[in-house]
Ligand binder design. Structure first.
Ligand code: ATR
Length: 285
């Protein structure tokens, strides 16, 4: 019997408010599928209590947690080790406890890229420029994973241009500044003519939010259109792109693929992202 199988394992997701997180449903599915004596629950923790909660993980016998809004950035000072990718992305989305020490990492970039590769297998990072809409935490995971995978130029478009410029300054430390450019929000549609991939990282198009309205007429029909929103699965942006013949990628796979390496780190079990788990998680929406 391995160490991982020897005792009840507790993990969870920490946020404020924690609301309708799909993560307990997802991890619960994998725990049952593999017959692991473990549990994954949602922890509602106010920002002012985050330090005490995170520091008490070893004493509580919790083997790890995911972090969600607003804790992904706030958790940095409370950890013993943070990996390079999480530092570059500026966010920690999971913590692992080992020998009473707290390790922070980020699997959002991995989830973003793996979902893209699975659903648009002929897209090549080196083929040309990419456009990203947004400049929040999700945009940073996309920017880092795309630049790391060899995209020649990422063009950022954000309603508040100064936030996109701030990202440009941050990443000038890591990448050739010519590879991360900032466009004007009003020029978004006209700037799409040489784009191989268009990504929405904003909340626009999510249930209860206004749609993201972009004129796609200049976008090559060979370009991939990727929306990280997963509720609804097909946003207005994706429907418009599909109807004009573009390959589309929805955001559910990103949620599933970011979860898999964290599950493996905590519970010592590899998991598959397959249609069955996708279908099960979708029913929880
Ligand atoms: P996250 O960390 O999940 O990416 P965030 O930091 O709140 O979330 O970022 C949300 C993104 O959606 C931002 O890029 C935001 O643009 P601003 O920086 O201008 O706020 C974008 N966004 C939200 N509502 C928007 C709207 N109505 N029009 C255009 N962009 C919007």
């Amino acid at each position: 019997m391995t160490q991982h199988e020897s005792k009840h394992m507790q993990a969870g997701v920490v946020g404020w408010p924690i609301g309708h997180s799909l993560s307990p449903r997802l991890h619960g599915y994998w725990l049952r599928e593999h017959g692991i004596d473990g549990d994954y629950q949602a922890y509602a923790v106010k920002p002012e209590n985050l330090k005490d909660f995170i520091r008490s993980l070893p004493a509580q016998g919790i083997c790890g947690v995911n972090l969600t809004v607003p804790h992904k950035e706030l958790v940095f000072p409370f950890l013993n080790y943070i990996d390079d990718l999480a530092r570059k992305i500026g966010a920690v989305n999971f913590v692992r406890v080992e020998d009473d020490k707290l390790y922070g990492g980020n699997t959002d970039g991995y989830g973003f890229l793996t979902n893209l590769q699975e659903n648009a297998p002929t897209w090549r990072p080196t083929a040309g420029p990419v456009a990203i809409i947004g400049a929040g935490g999700a945009a940073r995971a996309a920017v880092v994973s795309l630049l790391e995978s060899g995209v020649p130029e990422v063009r950022l478009y954000n309603r508040t241009k100064s936030r996109a410029e701030k990202l440009g300054q941050i990443y000038a430390e890591y990448y050739d500044p010519a590879r991360l450019t900032v466009g004007d929000w009003v020029d978004l549609s006209s700037g799409l003519s040489d784009i191989t991939l268009l990504v929405n990282t904003t909340t626009l198009g999510m249930k209860g939010q206004p749609p993201l309205e972009i004129d796609l007429s200049r976008l090559p029909n060979t370009a991939v259109v990727y929306d990280i929103v997963y509720n609804p699965l097909e946003t207005d942006l994706l429907r418009a792109a599909r109807e004009r013949g573009n390959v589309i990628v929805d955001g559910l796979g990103m949620l599933l693929y970011q979860a898999a390496p964290a599950f493996e780190a905590w519970f010592g079990q590899k998991v598959k992202v397959d249609p069955a788990v996708r279908h099960y998680v979708l029913k929880g929406l």
